[in-house]
Ligand binder design. Structure first.
Ligand code: DP6
Length: 353
């Protein structure tokens, strides 16, 4: 019986406050604009992945997600496998005594503890965990930045889940994508009072995948160019300043405006893409009411490619924000559930090195 080599890891989800929407190079998964997200607590929303390899495994690589076999022949997964194997091969060439893991079939087993493909950043945590599990298996001396470059090719948003705290993804300018990587804007400890409330409207798979949706937006939306070239570059700077200064009003305003801008370009896509529904719009109204009653921005909504809402707020405003939403859950308002999240901290080398 041949030896089995194995390594496990978990990766958290991240929820963007400046959205990635548009590819300038679909093959290398290079974005048309930079983006910025908050990495949520690893304890509740995460993908757990074990990567193993053995000469005794069937000859092709395999991936099991929540117990179901997945296609690994797609270009994205293949790109991640290829890059990681190349790094391992280089290690083996430099140290001939190392086992030749790079030539063994890989078996990946992943579990999500949240709805897959329902606008809850499952591909982000999924590819981040896949890349780091294989990097651990191969004992690669790769930095989170290097791993983010690889995870980006699996799913763009995944590159940001390699870091904890407040994380940017620089769109980069190199044609080979070598500078299109994630970077840490601030560790979670810089602003530990930040909280995210996730309101699940629907756990169903999204109607239009992010990949298809953004390609159609780039091809047809007249709002898209100004968003990518003017609005987002300006907001990236405003958002980084708000985070550095721990200015929640600035953070919240830019978060909400960027979510609105992203969903406006979706509506401006032809045929139009609707990710928000009536329940999502009720959440927007509720946040507006909370902020109006408080006289300042204490809650900020954002929506990815699905109807589920993520509400950012500071711990000190827990009652004013969560209290109101909790009262709506389980009632006639359409919410299926809610969960509170902290910003991911210092575990597993998630902080910048
Ligand atoms: C709306 O990262 O899922 O969540 O690169 O095609 O896999 P692919 O797209 P993906 O898109 C995420 C889009 C978003 C915004 C964001 O997370 O920045």
């Amino acid at each position: 019986m041949s030896e089995i080599h194995r390594a496990s890891t978990t990766a958290p989800v991240n929820i963007a406050v400046i959205k990635y929407w548009g590819k300038r190079d679909p093959k290398l998964n290079l974005p048309t604009n930079s983006s910025l997200s908050v990495t949520l607590s690893q304890s509740d929303l995460r993908t757990h992945t074990t990567a193993s390899c053995s000469p005794s495994y069937p000859s092709s690589d395999s991936l099991l997600l929540n117990g179901s076999p997945q296609d690994v022949t797609g270009a994205r997964t293949q790109a991640c496998f290829r890059e990681l194997r190349a790094l391992r091969s280089a290690l083996e060439a430099a140290n001939p005594s190392l086992p030749k893991l790079s030539s063994m079939p890989l078996k990946i087993v992943s579990e999500n503890n949240f709805p897959t493909a329902a606008g809850l950043a499952s591909s982000a945590a999924g590819f981040a965990a896949l890349v780091r599990a294989i990097a651990n298996l191969y004992e690669l001396p790769a930095s989170p930045t290097e791993l983010s470059r690889i995870a980006r090719q699996g799913s763009g948003s995944a590159c940001r889940s390699l870091f904890g705290g407040y994380v940017g993804w620089e769109q980069g300018s190199q044609a080979d994508g070598s500078d299109s990587v994630a970077f840490q804007v601030a560790p979670a400890s810089h602003w530990p009072e930040m909280r995210a409330l996730i309101l699940v409207v629907s756990a169903a798979k999204k109607g239009v995948s992010s990949t298809t949706g953004m390609q159609t937006t780039v091809a047809t939306s007249s709002l898209f160019t100004s968003r990518a070239t003017e609005t987002v570059p300006r907001r990236m700077l405003e958002m980084q300043k708000a985070i550095q200064e721990k200015d929640f009003e600035g953070f919240g305003k830019v978060t909400m405006m960027d979510s609105n801008s992203f969903h406006a370009t979706c509506l401006d896509t032809y045929p139009p893409i609707f990710y928000l529904n009536d329940v999502s719009r009720a959440a927007i109204k509720t946040v507006e009411c909370i902020n109006a009653a408080t006289g300042k921005i204490v809650a900020a909504y954002t929506f990815d490619a699905g109807p589920n809402a993520v509400i950012y707020y500071l711990e000190e405003n827990e009652k004013a924000v969560v209290g109101v939403f909790k009262a709506m859950i389980g009632g006639k308002d359409g919410w299926k559930g809610a969960r509170g999240e902290k910003v991911e901290g210092n575990k597993e080398g998630l902080e910048a090195v």
